[in-house]
Write a protein that binds this ligand. Structure first.
Ligand code: SAH
Length: 266
């Protein structure tokens, strides 16, 4: 097989620029030897990963045609999983921690990040190429227009760096949008001081109506939001503010519950 025919429904845009491929692979640290590449396609990144003797390379690819191509062209590549990254319990394939790399299929990049978030305690570092807008959103700080759900949820557990922009012209076929490479590293926060499900609920509810004051968008979660948050809009709150807000809501609920129990006793 000489090449894989790009399939649109799998988000296949093959990178053709070797220098950019090398630069992406160079951006990945060697803090742990195991690395998982998501969506290797024809192996433009894989070839450079295999050149790093300190790394132990695993790849996961949904497209069986690409898998056949990889087996034929990379006989040294021992760990090829012909699977869907969004469904596989990939942590079972590694004894310890592993890093992640990939030119991600853009149609599912948010889902990939949510899965990385789920496995966060096993994944110290991820280097990924995504649509430029997604990279900007993930890396953005509060006070900006693109700051949103993904920014807050990922930045709660990762330090994020926007590394460089990649033009449409270096792909086959060229995508309609520019791309960018980001690096996300697990931060020092082992657990949030508040309930994590409530944190996710608060962040989603706030940004789902991002133009409204939080008093209104969070009404169903908390009817009497603390004054310091009530008249703010979600993009004004830092990640830390969202954590503190969730703690405050949790405490309020606790106090209200205790009051009710107390009233019943009398
Ligand atoms: N890394 C290659 C290909 C990038 S295109 C390059 O840079 O040229 C994205 C790749 O992800 C494709 O090979 C596609 O088949 C694969 N892919 C798409 N959805 C996937 C999924 N759910 N799990 C694993 N791989 C997937």
């Amino acid at each position: 097989m000489s090449f894989v025919r790009p399939k649109k429904k799998l988000g296949q845009h093959f990178l053709t620029d070797q220098n950019i491929a090398a630069k992406i692979v160079d951006s990945l640290g060697a803090n742990v030897p195991d690395v998982l590449e998501i969506g290797p396609g024809m192996g433009v990144l894989t070839q450079f990963l295999l050149q790093r003797p300190e790394l132990n390379v695993h790849v996961i690819e949904i497209d069986t045609e690409s898998v056949e191509y990889l087996k034929e062209h990379f006989p040294n590549l021992q760990h090829i999983y012909s699977e869907d990254f969004l469904k596989a319990d990939i942590t079972e394939r590694f004894a310890g921690n592993f890093n992640v790399i990939g030119n991600f299929p853009y149609n599912i990049s948010s889902q990939i990040f949510f899965r990385i978030l789920k496995f966060r305690n096993r994944i110290p570092e991820t280097v990924g190429m995504v649509q430029k807008e997604v990279a900007e959103r993930i890396a953005s700080k509060h006070g900006t227009k693109v700051y949103g759900i993904m920014s807050v949820l990922l930045q709660a557990f990762f330090d994020i760096e926007y590394l460089f922009t990649v033009p449409e012209t270096v792909f086959n076929p060229p995508p309609k949008v520019k791309s960018a490479v980001i690096r996300i590293r697990r931060n020092q926060v082992s657990e949030l001081p508040c309930n994590e499900d409530l944190f996710i609920k608060v962040v989603k509810a706030a940004f789902n109506q991002r133009r409204k004051m939080m008093r209104n968008s969070l009404r169903e979660i908390c009817a009497d939001l603390p004054v310091e948050y009530a008249e703010k809009r979600p993009e004004q709150l830092s990640v830390n503010d969202f954590v503190l807000l969730t703690c405050a809501i949790e405490n309020l609920k606790k106090v209200q519950y205790e009051l009710r129990v107390d009233q019943r006793k009398h």
